[in-house]
Design a protein around this ligand. Structure first.
Ligand code: BF8
Ligand code: SF4
Length: 625
């Protein structure tokens, strides 16, 4: 029989740490979520409105009580407005991330900040794609031009669509969006418009609201794309890299510093500082064997992809990392950082270090990360960690011995490289049926569902049925921990996909990076569609976010649907109180943009949904099923 910990997570390290948390009487997200039960039914259905002070208003789903808010807004209006605000929240996160990177690239081009233009090949490719002149120009000039084009996409106040979107997306997609009037102009403009439309007494039409949701989500997609492309220019395009994953990557004999959050501007520098001889020496003087940096969440994915830094865990493991008693410092920037971390950290010697002006946490130590003095800032942060080593209570250290080998670094460039320079071998494999289709698995963890179970189980089901799986975010960390990111996972595949993986020496689940790197998947989809001469919705492809929780995931999912891809959600979105909105998301969207949402918490059934969708697309393309 499953123990109570096995019911909460399929991950062994997590089970052990949850037991440990109980023994130590320390609450984590798992317990705090339990304390929230039962969660408010109105909220779960999305029919609570607090957008003005005549409210809060609720709609009675059983029709015994009010069917309209005080202003007359009905269930669908309220649900649509709430979802639009979630999309705005997610888009704001990605666009702030991307704009931050663009500013640093702009300054790096002028040598105002200590960041390099590392990947000139990528710089050239991006410049050519968006039409920035390169002939006879220095790399600094080209980088400045690219950064200015990106910043223009974030400041455009005209009706012109975003330049990066027009340059990167297939013509057929652009025409579809143009016809619907949803070509995004600028994520800052679109998110402000979300707030305007949803404030009291503006947009009440759920269809009109959801169309703006698509437009905003497309601007989110372009923001992620800009973030990824510019990060590749600054830090290098990921190449195949070996590493390890799970809490067992922490070392009992070393200073452990965890980087957590999203923007690699900070984590790249922290890793560099920690690896410097100066800091390693400092650590040895403090009695440690050296400094071990490990990642949590997406910034972990970023430094894994480019530097091979091991992954300590995904969203629901952030507090568990601190619970090992072996973490000297957890350095965070923005997004997905639980305020509860300070409670756990206060039980140990761990210093939680916030670094960004927009993300401070009561109880944490704030050490500002200043880009113009990035190396110094990073050294100060690492030093703070090293200083904590002697305060570690060795008797309370408990590092689970779970640690799994993995391979990451699958940028589009790496994948094309592994295929011998073109997408043709992949297209041939899809045509022959050796690879039945491609699925993008992404997204968070959520205590509403068993940790990592949906992520891993769906991936295993798909590869068994010859679906090549690519993915990002906390899904990617789950898949790595489950051993699905090693070439020997080919043994878990159907004969077709297994054969392809063995021939190429690649895993059947490809780590494509952080959540902003979902844009790598969009670029791959666009390239595949262009190479075959079809539109993205015609491809035998699907997406899934089995354990999503973040507003960013709402923006990402809506963007993927806008790209024309069927997307399975494993946790139920807060929309079911609005029948029209639910119908738009799960049916009408397909007629408009080619993609739609399917809600299916069971990963076995989710696999069936994806397989039958992929087969129907194969059939329409005249491929054997
Ligand atoms: O951007 S998958 S929990 S870490 S939101 Fe957050 Fe979700 Fe993880 Fe990354 Ni993405
Ligand atoms: Fe109530 Fe309307 Fe105000 Fe929302 S906007 S709180 S539904 S009165």
């Amino acid at each position: 029989m499953a123990t109570e910990y096995e019911k909460l997570s399929v991950d062994r390290a997590t089970q052990k740490m949850l037991k440990r948390a109980d023994e130590e009487l320390i609450k984590t997200v798992f317990q705090r979520w339990q304390d929230q039960q039962p969660q408010c039914g109105f909220g779960l259905l999305g029919v609570c409105c607090r957008n003005c002070n005549m409210g809060p208003c609720i709609i009675d789903p059983f029709k015994a009580g009010p069917q309209k808010g005080a202003c007359g807004a009905d269930a669908d209006t309220i649900v649509a407005r709430n979802i639009l605000r979630m999309i705005a929240g997610g888009t704001a996160a990605h666009s702030e991330h991307a704009r931050h990177v663009a500013i640093v690239l702009h300054e790096a081009a002028q040598k105002k900040v200590p960041y390099n233009i590392t990947d000139e090949k990528k710089l050239d490719a991006v410049a050519k794609t968006i039409g920035v002149a390169t002939e006879g120009k220095s790399k600094e000039d080209i980088a400045k031009g690219v950064a200015e084009a990106a910043l223009a996409d974030f400041s455009n106040m005209s009706e012109e669509p975003m330049r990066f979107l027009m340059a990167y997306m297939p013509k057929k997609r652009i025409r579809t969006w143009e016809k619907l009037g949803i070509l995004p102009r600028n994520p800052y403009k679109e998110t402000v418009e979300c707030m305007h439309r949803t404030t009291m007494g503006v947009d009440a039409d759920p269809v009109n609201i959801m169309l703006h949701g698509l437009r905003t989500a497309l601007s989110d997609g372009v923001s992620k794309l800009i973030a990824t492309e510019l990060q590749d220019i600054l830090f290098g395009t990921p190449k195949p890299v070996k590493s390890t994953a799970n809490l067992g990557v922490l070392r009992d004999d070393m200073v452990n510093i965890i980087v957590h959050g999203h923007v690699p501007l900070l984590s790249e520098k922290v890793v560099d500082a920690a690896r410097s001889e100066e800091m390693q020496k400092l650590a040895r003087e403090a009695g440690a064997q050296g400094i071990n940096v490990a990642g949590i969440c997406c910034t972990g994915n970023e430094v894994l992809m480019r530097k091979g830094v091991p992954l300590a865990g995904n969203l629901l493991q952030q507090e568990l990392a601190v619970l090992t008693g072996a973490v000297e410092a957890m350095v965070v920037d923005v997004q997905c950082i639980m305020p509860g971390l300070t409670d756990v950290a206060s039980c140990y010697h761990t210093q939680l270090i916030t670094t960004m002006p927009e993300a401070k946490i009561p109880g944490a130590t704030h050490i500002p990360f200043v880009e113009s003095k990035a190396d110094e800032s990073a050294r100060t942060i690492v030093e703070a960690g090293v200083k904590k080593f002697q305060a570690r209570d060795k008797n309370r250290v408990y590092i689970p011995d779970d640690k799994v080998e993995m391979m990451g670094g699958f940028s589009v460039e790496t994948i094309v490289g592994a295929l011998g320079g073109t997408l043709n071998p992949l297209i041939d494999a899809v045509k022959s049926g050796a690879i039945r289709g491609v699925a993008g698995l992404v997204g968070c963890n959520n205590p509403k569902v068993k940790h990592d179970y949906g992520h891993v189980r769906l991936a295993e089901n798909l590869i068994k049925n010859d679906i090549l799986v690519v993915g990002t975010g906390c899904w990617a960390i789950a898949a790595a921990k489950a051993g699905l990111m090693m070439p020997d996972a080919a043994a878990k595949c159907g004969a077709g996909l297994g054969g392809v993986c063995k021939a190429l020496g690649i895993p059947p689940c490809l780590h494509m990076g952080s959540c902003v790197d979902n844009s790598r998947i969009y670029i791959a989809l666009a390239a595949l569609a262009n190479a075959i001469g079809v539109d993205i919705p015609d491809l035998p492809a699907a997406g899934a976010a089995m354990e999503w929780m973040s507003e960013k995931a709402v923006a990402i999912g809506t963007c993927v649907v806008g790209l024309g891809v069927l997307t399975v959600l494993g946790t139920v979105p807060q929309v079911l109180g609005g029948p029209k909105v639910t119908q738009i998301l799960t049916e009408a969207a397909e007629d408009l943009v080619g993609g739609k949402f399917v809600v299916e918490p069971d990963p076995d059934r989710a696999a069936d949904v994806i397989l039958s969708h992929i087969d129907s697309k194969r059939k329409a393309l005249g491929l054997k099923t």
